[in-house]
Ligand binder design. Structure first.
Ligand code: LLP
Length: 439
């Protein structure tokens, strides 16, 4: 049976890709653009994340170009990767920011995004995070429940402000995702306001002097290999927008969310022209400005995780390649059973079928299982592909293993954008002696 990943890709329309591949073998070894990965590994050690700045720019420009026919704003979703060095590349391109926590808001501001270029979503915003967003005067907050609206209203009242809000609607569309954990826009998911509750919430926003209804927002899912969920979602959101406009809502934005896919294996690159054709006409006819919130599409393929093989160990019929990166560095394989292609940085020519595992004390600690790939020996370097999104940001320090550094390649230059965590960093927050308090 083909994997769901392949089955869904097979149904989607295959577009001619304008997107390049930043990682190519040259003279027997793998390079990122103009820099050999071996040089980076020698200088910073392993494991290490590496990103191509040119790949980031290329993806931003490709999407920006595809949407050129309508006033639009690309708000990159920081949750995919929020490192300052990477954000600065995107900001310089004219990209804006989508944040989901006070921490990401801080990162966006520190990376130099003007506050009016920031939107804030998320299902569990705390009052202090909402206050920080209102104080910074960001473009809008996407509200995800009636109860959250109460908090936004009371914080706005306390600050003497009028909060610009978008309503994140659960469009309740059917989405065939690669994994149930990354589906978000179907009935019964925790995200967005349930479809049937939206008119009531809109009424409350329209009635409040402290709230201004400026947008409608949806996010139908992530790694969407078919455009069908967008078609359904756009239709539902447009009907809603039209009804609200009829009641005098001062809507400005139609936010179609994120979800554009990355190529992990042999998936087709998303057809951006078709993506635009799916969304733009409806938004144009409403007279609204389009917002999109891509994360994965922008950063996933720009990144690899570089790891060194420590040992080979045959055990019980499985050939283990034990390397110095594991689930704590890249959680996706063990958490979502996600596929990431793995290449030897300097292939030996032979192939082998192996399990690529890390040093973590968990049977679920793997980067690949039952994988036919380059035969790799102790000391060899491996590149785990398509790890620019949801890689570093989901890294853990389990087993007291410091997080890897992040390196940005820009043409023939490279630099460390996040240093390797030290053992001291890991214990810095622990009290040396406990200051006991009476309870
Ligand atoms: N906007 C909203 C409201 C979202 O919930 C998400 C992702 C995005 C935008 C960006 O979606 P993207 O363009 O990256 O698909 N950790 C998972 C992915 C979780 C995505 C959650 N929401 C993974 O590693 O696959």
């Amino acid at each position: 049976m083909p994997s769901l990943r392949r089955a869904v890709a097979g149904r989607g329309r295959v577009g001619e890709s304008v997107l390049g591949r930043p990682y190519q073998h040259r003279d027997g070894a793998l390079w990122c653009d103009g820099v050999p990965l071996e040089a980076i590994a020698t200088a910073v050690g392993t494991p290490a994340y590496v990103y191509s700045a040119n790949a980031l720019r290329e993806r931003f420009r490709a999407l920006d170009g595809a949407l050129a026919g309508i006033p639009h704003r690309i708000h990159y979703s920081l949750k995919a990767n929020s490192s300052r060095g990477l954000l600065q590349v995107l900001r310089a391109e004219g990209c804006r920011a989508d944040v989901v926590s006070g921490g990401e808001l801080m990162r966006a501001l520190r990376a130099g995004f003007p506050s009016e270029h920031i939107i804030f979503g998320g299902v569990g915003k705390r009052a202090d995070e909402i206050r920080a967003a209102l104080e910074a005067d960001i473009l809008l907050l996407n509200v995800e429940s009636a109860a959250e609206l109460d908090v936004i209203e009371s914080e706005a009242r306390a600050l003497g402000r009028r909060a610009r809000v978008g309503i994140r609607v659960n469009p309740e569309v059917h989405v065939a995702n690669a994994h149930e954990f990354i589906a978000t826009g179907s009935r019964g998911h925790k995200f967005g306001i349930p479809w049937g509750d939206v008119p009531g919430v809109a009424d409350r926003v329209l009635a409040s002097p402290h709230l201004e209804l400026v947008g409608l927002d949806m996010h139908v899912g992530s790694q969407l290999l078919s455009l069908a969920p967008y078609t359904d979602g756009v239709r539902r959101l447009s009907d809603l927008a039209r009804a609200l406009q009829g009641r005098g809502a001062p809507l400005r934005f139609f936010d179609a969310g994120g979800g554009l896919p990355a190529r992990y294996d042999d998936e087709a690159a998303p057809d951006l022209t078709l993506f635009a054709e799916t969304i733009v006409p409806a938004v144009r006819s409403l007279g609204l400005e389009l917002i999109v919130e891509p994360g994965r599409f922008v950063v996933a393929e720009s990144g690899i995780l570089l790891t060194r093989v420590l040992y080979r160990k045959p055990s019980g019929g499985t050939d283990f390649v034990i390397c110095d990166a594991g689930m704590s560095d890249l959680l996706r394989p063990s958490h979502y059973d996600a596929y990431h292609a793995i290449d030897a940085v300097r292939p030996r020519g032979a192939r082998a079928t192996v399990d690529v595992v890390g040093p973590i004390c968990e049977t679920g600690d793997f980067l690949a299982r039952d994988r036919e790939m380059d035969d790799a020996r102790p000391g060899d370097l491996l590149a785990v592909h398509t790890t620019g999104a949801y890689g570093y940001v989901m890294a853990l320090t389990y087993n007291t293993r410091p997080r890897a550094p992040e390196v940005l390649v820009d043409g023939t230059r490279w630099g460390v954008i996040t240093r390797r965590e030290s053992l001291d960093d890991l214990v810095r927050l622990e009290a040396e002696t406990v200051e006991w308090r009476e309870g």
